[in-house]
Design a protein around this ligand. Structure first.
Ligand SMILES: [Zn+2]
Length: 74
């Protein structure tokens, strides 16, 4: 599902060289061609797994939520 909190991108050599080549949360390697998600609130890239995790902890305004009203907007 689309989310305003993240911009889905495919990792390019450009991103890997100039921005990051690891996920900002779990530090797993990002490879060219991987699906990555740019966090528009925190200005960093997340891997697919971390993006899904983050989405589950956000409301529609991309704010962190504590409880399990999760997954509605992502
Ligand atoms: Zn990650």
């Amino acid at each position: 599902m689309m989310s305003p909190c993240f911009i889905m991108q495919t990792a390019t050599e450009d991103i890997l060289l100039k921005v990051t080549n690891v996920c900002a949360l779990c530090y797993s390697d990002i490879h060219i061609g991987d699906t990555i998600h740019y966090d528009t609130q925190k200005y960093h890239y997340l891997c697919q797994a971390c993006q899904e995790k983050q989405c589950g902890q956000m409301n529609g305004e991309c704010e962190s939520i504590e409880d399990e009203e999760s997954g509605l907007f992502c």
